[in-house]
Write a protein that binds this ligand. Structure first.
Ligand SMILES: *Cc1c(COP(=O)(O)O)cnc(C)c1O
Length: 459
């Protein structure tokens, strides 16, 4: 008999206590932090879904590997184990470790991108966009139509609009497009996957014009699982084979090991172009470190090498994607409007749909995020007008963001089914009394990236 319950494919080996602040303590913490969840301390949060970046649990094998970490400055054994793993998964000739994904981006764009260039991407992650713009270039998002509509259900909602890519290259001229990027899964677009067929189509447009194609591969294993379960012809292919095929269609990759590296820190840049790789290594030495450690300890390289293999385990991926989907379908059935279908690493609550009585300039997604914390100690993150709105120079209401979302990102291998059930109970409770929620106003803010430090008060 095949039982249908999908269990966590691990048991707990080391535990970390969760504090259980009561309602009064949570309300006091909100007041102190100016109703900004970035101002909370870890011990004031019961379930922390702020991000899936670097917040996962490492395995016993990873911890054991760290003991073997070789801290030799140049040519450490740990580097060669790391390099061998990355090469075996991606097939790239040049592997350059970095301390995070954004360091790989900074170095790649310093080498490849010039002022006045245009970089197409299905959707730039915010650090990717910032690093393109820092070079004086323009970052253009071109996800397929429907990719930004919370209600549209598509199997590969992260796909790039291939016609728009072609039109962009023709409009700006091939000389001004130094590279094209595809982000898997599409983090800023709801963690939605990209199909192999789409990567292949983008590849052929790039080939037509002789433009290199790079993958922002932070969640490559989750994307491989979606391809296996949703795309024709891949049901009997392993996630490792699918990942290898994804990487074989591109010229290089930037990676944050804090996501599908199952590690708490790290990243890499990998590619086939020897000239770019040499320039990248020279820049690496300037800001990150010697090319055999790139800003990481030898033990970090060991943890990443082991994590990159563990993340491709089918039992892990089945559980990972199912647990995110389980949270999404449970709260949706309980009355919380969400972005559909569920993404790989997070569930996005649609605050605009839940709270039509709160206008964008009174921050409905912030109001929802605050109430989830106040009611149940669950910390998500506002992705709405506090984060992306523009301040009106004449003192009027803020120019709104395109969507009002609260992201609940699920750390890897960290929370159990009962934690997720608890989150669902809190979310559904808040959804049933949504009319009681009120807007907020900002009383203090910085002139950029205000969402990290702004102070608010309830209206
Ligand atoms: C996290 C992330 C990055 C940046 O990686 P860091 O390790 O946080 O610097 C880049 N792209 C995507 C899609 C990401 O999710």
């Amino acid at each position: 008999m095949e039982y249908k319950t999908i269990i966590e494919p691990f048991r707990i080996h080391t535990v970390e206590a969760i504090d259980l602040p009561d309602l009064k303590q949570r309300e006091a913490a909100l007041k102190r932090s100016g109703y900004n969840l970035f101002g909370l301390r870890a011990d004031e949060v019961i379930i922390d879904l702020l991000t899936d970046s670097g917040t996962g649990a490492m395995s016993a094998e990873q911890w054991a590997g760290m003991m073997r970490g070789d801290e030799t400055y140049a040519g450490s054994r740990s580097f060669f184990r790391f390099e061998e793993t990355v090469t075996s998964i991606t097939g790239f000739d040049h592997v350059i470790p970095t301390h995070q994904g954004r360091a790989a981006e900074k170095i790649l764009f310093s080498v490849a991108v010039e002022s006045g260039d245009v970089v197409p991407n299905n959707t730039h992650f915010d650090t990717t966009r910032a690093n393109v713009e820092y070079q004086g270039a323009e970052a253009r998002d071109m996800v397929i139509p429907g990719g930004t509509d919370p209600a549209t259900i598509l199997p590969f909602k992260g796909n790039m609009d291939v016609e728009k890519l072609r039109a962009t290259i023709q409009e700006v001229g091939v000389d001004r497009v130094p590279l094209v990027m595809i982000t898997v899964t599409n983090n800023s677009g709801g963690g939605q996957p990209v199909s192999m067929a789409n990567i292949r189509d983008v590849r052929s447009v790039c080939d037509e014009y002789g433009i290199p194609l790079f993958l922002d591969a932070c969640r490559f294993a989750e994307n491989a699982w979606f391809i296996k379960t949703r795309e024709d012809g891949y049901a009997d292919t392993t996630p490792r084979e699918i990942a290898r095929e994804m990487f074989s269609l591109v010229d290089g990759t930037t990676m944050s090991a804090k996501k599908d590296g199952l590690s708490n820190i790290g990243g890499f840049l990998a590619m086939n172009n020897a000239r770019w790789a040499q320039e990248a290594r020279n820049l690496l030495i300037l800001t990150e470190g010697f090319p055999t450690y790139g800003g990481l300890a030898g033990y970090d390289l060991e943890a990443i090498a082991i994590g990159l293999n563990e993340v491709l385990d089918e039992n892990y991926l089945r559980y990972r994607i199912r647990s995110t989907e389980y949270l999404a379908t449970t709260i949706n059935a309980g009355g919380m409007p969400i972005m559909l279908p569920a993404g790989g690493h997070a569930v996005y609550l649609d605050a605009a749909a839940l709270l039509p009585h709160i206008p964008s300039y009174e921050y409905p997604a912030q109001s929802l995020a605050i109430e989830l914390y106040r009611a149940g100690g669950v910390r998500g993150v506002e992705i709405g007008t506090v984060m992306f709105g523009r301040v009106d120079p004449h003192g009027g209401p803020d120019d709104p963001a395109t969507m009002e979302l609260v992201r609940l990102a699920i750390p890897r291998r960290t929370y159990t089914q009962s934690h997720i059930d608890y989150v669902a109970e809190v979310v559904i409770d808040v959804a049933t009394r949504s009319e009681d929620l009120r807007g907020y106003r900002i009383i203090e803010q910085a002139s950029w990236l205000r969402h990290f430090t702004a102070r608010l008060e309830p209206l």
